[in-house]
Design a protein around this ligand. Structure first.
Ligand SMILES: [Zn+2]
Length: 269
């Protein structure tokens, strides 16, 4: 009986040992598999260039590499920037139909490009219009004021009828706004880095959207529709991207210089 009981205990212990060993092996294998998946996943993400970015764009979006400087230093974190693509709907803005260039479309495309860079740098961005719709100037300014934006930027394409020789991107500020003037000056400096032949200075301009908005703002004309050289540039993705990055770099430099942070109340411009 004792022997039988011992045999029974031995058998039970052996079964328990086998069971415990199986559990241990299963756990080990599962851990190894998970580890392998993690490694493979990381490698695939790296290969595709779709690894999670440090800031900004969401999963599945390509990583936007930011140039060294204020843009990459997180100075824009959580600041709210309103971008205003000029015109829209029945208001097409300036057009050059032989080149299929329509200002309202270019402005919206530029706003999306600037938005991508600003968001990658940690800013929150609102567009006054995300589609081809008409919005009054008052509605655009109201949207920025009600959102409590820290900065406002209106995007346009310029023209000077009768002066096809005039070229270059140019930034405007509301007359008398010292903050607007500083913002416009810094953006203009960045724009000139894109095109060193550009001789344009920032200028005061009595634009209604700048007058009605309560935060520092500027209006950027990315080039002249009446100039063949600018039309050729504006038609390319590469130029639009470089201008968008220059505008965003100007915004970041201004924010760094002024020490703006998301928590601070803004002084009216
Ligand atoms: Zn315009």
């Amino acid at each position: 009986m004792v022997r039988q009981r011992q045999a029974f205990f031995l058998a039970v212990s052996a079964r328990r040992l086998v069971f415990l060993a199986s559990v241990f092996i299963c756990c080990f294998c599962l851990g190894a598999l998970l580890g392998a998946f993690e490694l493979l996943g990381g490698s695939f993400a790296l290969l595709k260039g779709l690894g999670r970015p440090a800031t900004g764009s969401g999963p599945g979006q390509p990583v936007l590499e930011l140039p060294p400087g204020p843009l990459a230093n997180g100075v824009l974190k959580d600041l709210l920037i309103v971008l205003d693509p000029g015109h829209g709907g029945a208001d097409r803005g300036v057009c050059h139909f032989p080149d299929d260039l329509i200002e309202k479309e270019i402005n919206l495309d530029m706003a999306n490009r600037v938005r991508a860079v600003l968001e990658a740098a940690g800013a929150r961005v609102l567009l006054t219009r995300a589609d081809d719709v008409f919005l009054s100037l008052d509605d655009r300014a109201r949207a920025a004021n009600e959102a409590g934006a820290h900065l406002f930027l209106s995007l346009h394409v310029n023209r000077i009828p009768g002066h096809p020789e005039c070229f270059g991107a140019q930034t405007f500020y509301f007359p008398g706004s010292t903050q607007g003037e500083r913002l416009a000056s810094i953006i203009q400096e960045e724009l000139i880095k894109v095109d060193p032949e550009n001789y344009r200075d920032p200028l005061p301009g009595s634009y209604r959207v700048l007058r009605l908005t309560t935060m520092p703002g500027a209006l950027v004309e990315i080039g002249f529709m009446t100039n063949a050289r600018d039309r050729e540039l504006i038609a390319t993705e590469a130029y639009r991207d470089r201008i968008a990055r220059a505008i965003a770099a100007g915004v970041a430099r201004y924010v760094a210089e002024q020490g703006l942070t998301a928590g601070k109340d803004q002084t009216p411009s």
